[in-house]
Design a protein around this ligand. Structure first.
Ligand code: ZN
Length: 137
């Protein structure tokens, strides 16, 4: 069994992070924190904390997949991220079950977390990211 803890974030693809942050502030009073360019993902990301979870706004910085997503579908929901305990063993288990994975080994994501994407065909259309927080977070 994969040890699942919570929804870490729901990611929304946007063209313009400043504009999106301003909208979420105006509509919900949410504040963006921890804005960063995530080199390994070729994205720029900012978190809007909500309780124990976050909305994550992401914009491409050389990420062709995300750029194509925005081109084709426009800004909107992009993926759901689930926090797991032991991301390597979770991936090994999914692989052994024949679950299609985009990442068979974790990459470095925002906040220094380890992340890996499960292919949307595994869930019938939703891109799911597994996240394991960096030590001490
Ligand atoms: Zn994410």
């Amino acid at each position: 069994m994969i040890k699942i803890r919570k929804i870490d974030h729901v990611a929304v693809a946007v063209n313009d992070i400043d504009e999106a942050v301003a909208k979420y502030r105006a509509v919900f009073g949410l504040e963006g924190v921890g804005r960063e360019v995530v080199t390994s993902q070729k994205t720029e990301a900012v978190l809007l904390p909500i309780g124990d979870s976050n909305i994550e706004l992401i914009s491409p910085r050389g990420n062709d997949g995300l750029a194509k997503f925005l081109e084709k579908r426009g800004p909107g929901l992009h993926h759901i991220a689930i926090e797991v305990e032991g991301i390597e063993s979770a991936l090994a288990l999914l692989k052994s079950l024949g679950v299609p994975l985009i990442d068979e080994t974790p990459r470095n994501g925002a906040r220094g977390h380890k992340v890996a994407f499960v292919h949307p065909k595994a869930t019938g259309g939703v891109l799911v990211e597994l996240v394991e927080p960096a030590e001490g977070h």
